[in-house]
Design a protein around this ligand. Structure first.
Ligand code: NAX
Length: 317
């Protein structure tokens, strides 16, 4: 058995965590040989509910699960953590402008970035799930000057997985038969699911008129049909992202990572790219020839990321 790994999950009493925590504790992220110590961070009002979740985790008798810490103190929740899933955030409520949402979450991710900077393991990997995920990750990274920006990612693997499954339905193939699929930009309706480089034939009209808008608006479709937002699929995508970040990938995956300036994306913006994970780091796939359609779609989503960055610039260093 390996040494236990310390894993933080924020928003531990919420919907996504109710699926994510079991997947982590069952070994789906760090493998069947790595015991897990869970550090659950919640707001004071939800600490008791998180305790109930921890009781259920205990009742699952999962052999890899060691200690569970439950706290509302980021300094305790992130102490020596090696992998942090930042799921907790403020939801958009009625009458709230996008700028209000950015501001409310900005405060959370400023505090959490600072705490990670002060107390997390120096090689911590941080995956932001809470929306607006890309800009929340940007804020957290900016408030953690002693860590590398590349240690902060935002989750766009759900958009990637949705793209694979739509392509599978369209072609009658399985999701693991496709290569070189990626989603560019922001985790929002402006995102660009890109099939230009993939290895299968598909109908162009379906791609531009059905598939792209369907994937980009899939979150809203789930809310409409299920009556609440994506939870297990988001948890599953977070598991996929963190597992691949640790273990590496052969083919492309979508990860929202700090831009190195490639493809006209401003350096530093946390943007979805085609990436591969090597030696524990995501690398943006370089040297792709983009056509006008791709350039336009990427630019539109990047422009939204720029506007979000502008709205929170007082929180960036
Ligand atoms: P829930 O509202 O069920 O749970 C959120 C939890 O976060 C609550 O228990 C709340 O008390 C806690 N929380 C709030 N502020 C906190 C803080 N400062 N520290 C610690 N915990 C805090 O939401 P859930 O369905 O779990 O979704 C969580 C977030 O994921 C939302 O922002 C949601 O929009 C986002 N999503 C992101 C996705 C992605 O692909 N990146 C997809 C799914 C989801 O929409």
């Amino acid at each position: 058995m390996a040494q236990p790994i310390k894993v933080t999950v924020t928003g531990a009493a919420g919907n996504i965590a109710y699926s994510l925590l079991w997947r982590i504790a069952a070994g789906d992220v760090f493998g069947p040989e790595t015991p897990v110590e869970l550090q659950l961070l919640e707001i004071p009002d939800a600490v008791e509910a998180a305790q109930g979740v921890a009781m259920e985790l205990e009742d699952s008798a999962l052999p890899l699960l060691r200690e569970i810490t439950i706290t509302d103190d980021p300094a305790k929740g992130f102490a020596s953590t090696q992998a942090a899933f930042l799921v907790g955030s403020k939801p958009r409520t009625k009458g709230m402008e996008r700028s209000d949402l950015l501001e409310a979450n900005g405060a959370i991710f400023t505090e959490q970035g600072k705490a990670l900077n002060d107390v997390a393991a120096r090689n911590v990997r941080v995956l932001v799930v809470g929306n607006p995920a890309n800009t929340n990750a940007l804020i957290a990274a900016n408030n953690a000057p002693d860590l590398k920006p590349s240690q902060f990612n935002a989750l766009m693997r759900l958009d990637h997985n949705r793209t694979l499954s739509q392509l599978a339905k369209h072609t009658g193939k399985q999701t693991d038969e496709f290569t070189k699929v990626a989603v560019w930009g922001n985790h929002s309706a402006s995102q660009f699911p890109d099939l230009s480089f993939t290895n299968v034939d598909f109908d162009e009209k379906w791609y531009t008129e059905e598939m792209i808008p369907r994937v980009a608006k899939r979150g809203a479709e789930i809310i409409q049909v299920r009556g609440s937002s994506s939870a297990a699929s988001a948890a599953s995508a977070a598991v996929d992202h963190m597992r691949d970040w640790f273990n590496g990938t052969e083919d492309w995956r979508t990860a929202a990572v700090p831009s190195d300036g490639s493809y006209g994306v401003d350096e530093g913006l946390i943007c979805g790219f085609p990436t591969v994970a090597r030696n524990g780091e995501w690398e943006i796939v370089q040297g792709l020839e983009l056509n006008d359609f791709q350039r336009e779609r990427i630019e539109a989503s990047v422009q939204e990321l720029r506007e979000e960055r502008e709205a929170v610039k007082h929180l960036l260093r």
